[in-house]
Ligand binder design. Structure first.
Ligand SMILES: Nc1ncnc2c1ncn2[C@@H]1O[C@H](COP(=O)(O)OP(=O)(O)OP(=O)(O)O)[C@@H](O)[C@H]1O
Ligand SMILES: NC(=O)c1ccc[n+]([C@@H]2O[C@H](COP(=O)(O)O)[C@@H](O)[C@H]2O)c1
Length: 187
């Protein structure tokens, strides 16, 4: 039996690792889909598909589970997204996700979906971990060790802090321009 588990994994954290540990009890093989593979170098998606392949491949090596890591680019048509996934991945029997849109799209295509409770969600949430990386607060205890090693190897914290500064600056300029437009509108 082969499973499929998709996420953006920005970064791959201990919640994802707990999920894979649980999945390993239920399937012989697992396809790990790296979602939004075409996104990188933003505050929301700092790491490239290749960097996420490294994090995940090393982290799941501790399990007795054959895994296939497949990068999956986004497409802008939800109605054909499951076919897109199937066209890129080894066949699978069951999909794992806690993302409501992903669950719906698979179920509408007749594919069994298994959901799970969130593990320690206050600590184990990608956006919270990225926030901590940006603010130089503790994050290493929330991800598997190979993820720390990969992020250090690629100088990932410096990149995230830099793109976060740039994103904030663009937001500031956009807000400033919309205020100027509003001022003009009053004249
Ligand atoms: N702590 C957790 N326990 C169990 N499942 C989780 C946990 N965190 C995320 N997941 C699930 O793993 C899949 C991939 O999640 P994703 O990569 O978006 O992580 P995330 O922590 O939700 O990140 P972000 O805050 O960047 O959206 C989704 O189905 C998500 O619901
Ligand atoms: N139309 C599409 O391209 C489409 C639809 C549903 C999910 N996805 C992707 O699947 C992944 C789901 O992962 P998360 O649960 O981490 O959000 C994301 O990368 C998301 O962009 C893409």
């Amino acid at each position: 039996m082969r499973g499929f588990y998709i996420g953006r994994f920005q970064p791959y954290h201990d919640g994802h690792q707990a999920m894979v540990e649980r999945i390993a009890d239920e399937v012989d093989e697992l396809v790990l889909g790296i979602g939004s593979a075409d996104d990188s170098h933003t505050t929301h998606d700092p790491f490239t598909a290749g960097e996420r392949i490294m994090m995940i491949t090393k982290a799941v090596a501790e399990f007795d589970l054959r895994t296939y890591v497949v990068p999956l680019e986004d497409i802008n048509r939800n109605a054909v997204w499951v076919s897109h996934v199937e066209s890129m991945c080894p066949d699978f029997d069951v999909a794992y996700s806690n993302n409501p849109l992903v669950v719906r799209l698979f179920e509408e295509s007749g594919i069994e979906v298994r959901q799970s409770p969130m593990f320690d969600r206050d600590r184990l949430e990608g956006s919270e971990i990225r926030e901590r990386m940006i603010e130089d607060r503790a994050w290493r205890d929330r991800v598997p060790d190979p993820v720390v090693e990969t992020i250090e190897e690629i100088n990932g914290i410096q990149r995230l802090q830099h793109v976060s500064d740039t994103d904030s600056l663009s937001r500031y300029v956009a807000e400033d321009e919309s205020l100027e437009d509003a001022d003009l509108g009053e004249d």
